[in-house]
Design a protein around this ligand. Sequence first.
Ligand SMILES: Nc1ncnc2c1ncn2[C@@H]1O[C@H](COP(=O)(O)OP(=O)(O)O)[C@@H](O)[C@H]1O
Ligand SMILES: C[C@@](O)(CCOP(=O)(O)O)CC(=O)O
Length: 354
Amino acid sequence: MQARAPGKVILSGEHSVVYGAPALAVAIKKHTYVSFKPVTESKTINTLFAGISSGMHYPLHALSHLKHKLDNRFEQFLKGDLPVRGIMSQPDDLLVYAMTTLMHHLPVPGRVSSTSYLPMPGRLLSESDLPLGAGMGSSASAIAATLVLFEHLLDKPLTLDQRFEMIRFCERLQHGRGSAIDAATVTYGGLNHIQAGKVASIDQHLGAHWYWIFTGSPTVSTGECVQSVREHFEDDTALWNAFAAITRGFVDCVGDCNASETRNPHIDLIKENHRLLQRIGVVPHSALLLIDAIEADGGAAKISGAGATRGDAGGLVIAYQPDEQAMSQVMSQFPGYTWGAVEQDSQGACYVGD
Ligand SMILES: Nc1ncnc2c1ncn2[C@@H]1O[C@H](COP(=O)(O)OP(=O)(O)O)[C@@H](O)[C@H]1O
Ligand SMILES: C[C@@](O)(CCOP(=O)(O)O)CC(=O)O
């Protein structure tokens, strides 16, 4: 039994979304796959998450306790008594928490005690095309696939909106007070407009010429980056309005631009967006060199996601370059970076099969 969920890239609106501006993000054809194999003679959920851990055993009878413990730690985080990284003890906790949250939510006839929440024992496995902490939404993607998997297993489907809310709820253990961007894109797929926690799907295709480039994991977490930007720019309404205007520009032209013969307005919007991201200090020097090289060849590029307020790696960069050869040539000057075309996935998290 397997489910999968896409990753995402943010086209516009990172950071400004925190101050009420809109954001535009797209689900991409890079997936997390989560599967479950029942093991009847066992009494645990045995995790096996490729590239994440060598596996943990979670006794079924202790799952409710784990959930309460993590919920309490989140409260401590909210009070400022615990850093966000202190909420979970190990990376495996997140998907086990997601599974347990779903069980607790479901109406179980005659449920009288916490033991009636028990799921069946077995192996919970995952593998992913998404690098962790790289601005591609790996945690929301893994949570979404886990929820879909157990919804199917228990024959209790959530509505898309319920699933979106539950992903946001679980993701808070990893991201603290993050925005709805990741939960929205992994749930609904395609292009999404996110503002003040509300999501609207945009029935358009992003089109060609978009690229993602991974410039290495930032040493600073998304939460720290957001905090540092907040300290300096929280009250700069004019700045956040300028970001908002750019995102609205993207939304206005996203479908139409594909058919246009004239100079593509994406290029100017991305350049403007990049200048504003530089102003808030989230574009490290290495990313700047790459973006300058892409601009010199007639394209445009910007940080996608939190970026980094210190350290040399800037995480994910997205580029728009109509000339495919120019893109390959410029990337040959940066052999350390992985990159590829952004392929839109119109489908959100879904069940794959038995
Ligand atoms: N394939 C996966 N299987 C299990 N857990 C995953 C997987 N991908 C991500 N996670 C969870 O998400 C965490 C990474 O979250 P984070 O560093 O915030 O990355 P991102 O910004 O890509 O969401 C991991 O430590 C783990 O708890
Ligand atoms: C900086 C921010 O706007 C986007 C962060 O994106 P990511 O975690 O780098 O994918 C924070 C948020 O929206 O929660």
